[in-house]
Design a protein around this ligand. Structure first.
Ligand code: GLA
Length: 585
């Protein structure tokens, strides 16, 4: 029976030293038809292991649901890793951070404000146990001693940056053991004495996360993990982007030199990320250390394999570094072809405020609900009520999470942005008030995980509470069904102000990856053949959205655009390569 264990100085595979050369690849950020391709490119770079988190909220969009189909088929992903001759590391959280909505914790869990977050609180722990049991049903038979690929399982994630509840960590470790996880359990923390002390647990192997100064960081880790292999469980070889900031890049040569230093020190490594992929749909998270910063749709991460799965200069530099220490397959990766270029006209505008009944079924609420109070929880909602005022008045919300567009009798009045801490604006008079509220991604790091979205704390006009709301939730996992099949194509001439849905058709000879240029658009969401690519925003930095080839088909394809601000060019344009925006220098 094969075994993977922790020796005095090394990981041991069947008793022999094994250096883990791993790359992070999140199955939930890559189309499932492309998993095998990305795994194969990891093998060709010289990696021997693939690491993935498991996002609880993606598998469990509602209580009692656990979805393992299609792009969530963790078992299939791990078997593909095994088929490529690689090992696997699984990090099921329950909290994963990862720039992922709410750090992976399901929003429905926190509808009950008494539920604890990342601590030994009974209701939280009961939900966590249900979740982990389902994950371990998949992972247990795929462990190395059952001839599967899984060699390590991580408990929690950088817990020392959040808390120090050892009972919580112990309970998570016991769950894993009770469920049949027999491979070594690890923890990861940022390499400070405080965090390693708070986030570690005796009996679990401590590892660290960092992207530079390997010798110093490994020395800190060694103080807390006196024996066994040293491992950097997240070697940050790039970084993620926020809307409105610059695109992060690091030089391939510098990143390769850091990797070289780590390998020279004898450490094991997990590259974070080997391939970042995409925050498709509404899956991206956000940061908030006083200012809310939503994460972009692209999770390119300036990783060795770019968002479209193509090797970069960093890939080749890392391959060379790894070859100094280990055998690397003599199979360079295939060279990518430029993506097809095309344009298509956007047609058939359907304006939300003109015809809300075509977009969905409204609900009546006396008090203004948050998005979390709606069932199922939407990402956007249009809330309307009648307001009485003879002249100018001040409309005020408790808090706006994360964006509100305010209309009076169908005319735009203004917007409120959480990033600007805005929650009040003047309206010229009374009338039919409509507010489109948008969730831009739940915070995934720090104290704000688990918080509610939408208009929080009610609304007042000149201090008087507003009641009698009509609420239209917009769920958007598929485009709102606003068009009848028989609709004729209505052309659009010039700029269009939203909220509006538009569509376009284009033909392809054969499916291929595309890069959709959003430079002429404002802020919104795009679907291709019903697959939600995610959000776009004129503030950048990203200017293109990645369209994975498997969602396209030979022949006719359909794009649906939900423009919430205004677009200046009613055109779908695909360009040969990505444009992730301006860099810092
Ligand atoms: C930490 C977390 C990861 C990720 C990175 C930044 O290391 O553990 O999940 O958020 O930061 O990309």
């Amino acid at each position: 029976m094969p075994e993977f264990t922790i020796g005095e100085r090394d990981f041991l595979l069947d008793g022999r030293p094994f250096r883990v050369l791993s790359g992070a690849l999140h199955y939930f950020r890559v189309h499932p038809d492309q998993w095998a391709d990305r795994i194969d490119k990891a093998r060709r770079m010289g990696l021997n292991t693939i690491e993935t988190y498991v996002p609880w909220n993606a598998h469990s969009p509602a209580p009692g649901v656990f979805d393992l189909s299609g792009g969530l088929d963790l078992g299939r992903f791990l078997r593909l890793v095994a088929d490529a001759g690689l090992r696997a590391i699984v990090r099921p959280g329950p909290y994963i951070c990862a720039e992922w909505d709410n750090g992976g914790l399901p929003a429905w869990l926190f509808r009950d404000p008494e539920v604890g977050v990342r601590r030994a609180e009974p209701r939280y722990l009961a939900a966590v146990k249900d979740y982990l049991d389902r994950v371990y049903e998949v992972v247990v038979p795929l462990q190395v001693q059952h001839d599967g690929p899984v060699i390590l399982v991580q408990v929690e994630n950088e817990y020392g940056a959040f808390g120090d509840d050892k009972t919580y960590l112990k309970t998570l470790a016991e769950h894993a053991r009770d469920a049949g996880i027999t491979v070594p359990l690890t923890t990861v923390d940022q390499p400070t004495d405080e965090m390693l002390a708070a986030g570690g647990l005796d009996g679990l192997h401590r590892t660290a996360s960092f992207g530079s100064r390997a010798a110093e960081r490994l020395a800190t880790l060694r103080r807390h993990q006196p024996t066994g292999p040293l491992m950097c469980s997240e070697f940050w070889n790039g970084w993620f982007d926020h809307w409105g900031a610059h695109h992060h890049t690091t030089s391939a040569a510098d990143a390769a030199a850091e990797l070289d230093a780590l390998l020279a020190a004898g450490a094991s490594v997990n590259l974070y990320m080997f391939h970042g992929g995409t925050n498709f749909g509404f899956t991206s998270g956000a940061n908030d250390k006083g200012v809310y910063q939503p994460t972009t749709t692209s999770y390119d991460y300036d990783a060795p394999l770019d968002e479209a799965g193509n090797p970069t200069a960093k890939y080749h530099a890392f391959r060379e570094v790894i070859a100094r220490y280990h055998d690397v397959p003599d199979e360079p990766p295939p060279v990518a072809a430029p993506a097809p270029e095309l344009t298509a006209a956007l047609t058939d505008p359907v304006f939300l405020l003109d015809a809300p009944e075509r977009w969905g079924v409204p609900e009546r609420h006396d008090a203004l609900p948050t998005l979390d109070e709606l069932e199922p929880m939407p990402r956007l909602a249009l809330v309307t009520t009648r307001v009485d005022a003879a002249g100018p008045a001040v409309l005020c919300f408790g808090e706006v999470r994360d964006h509100a567009s305010v209309f009076l009798d169908g005319d735009p009045v203004g917007t409120l942005m959480r990033e600007h801490h805005q929650r009040a604006l003047g309206v010229p008079r009374g009338g039919r008030l409509a507010v489109l509220v948008e969730d831009h991604g739940r915070v995934n790091y720090g104290r704000r995980i688990g918080e509610a979205k939408g208009l929080v704390g009610g609304a007042t006009l000149d201090g008087e509470p507003l009641t009698g709301w009509e609420v239209l939730p917009l769920r958007l996992d598929v485009p709102p069904p606003v068009w009848d099949d028989g609709d004729e194509r209505v052309p659009v001439d010039g700029a269009v102000a939203g909220p509006v849905l538009l569509r376009a058709r284009f033909d392809l000879d054969r499916p291929a990856d595309l890069h959709l240029d959003t430079a002429g658009w404002g802020r919104g969401v795009v679907w291709v053949n019903g697959f939600c690519l995610g959000r776009y925003w004129s503030r950048g930095p990203q200017r293109t959205l990645y369209v994975p080839g498997p969602v396209l088909r030979a022949g006719g394809n359909e794009v649906v655009v939900l423009e919430l601000a205004a677009l200046t060019e009613p055109t779908v344009r695909c360009v040969p390569g990505p444009d992730l925006g301006h860099v810092e220098s």
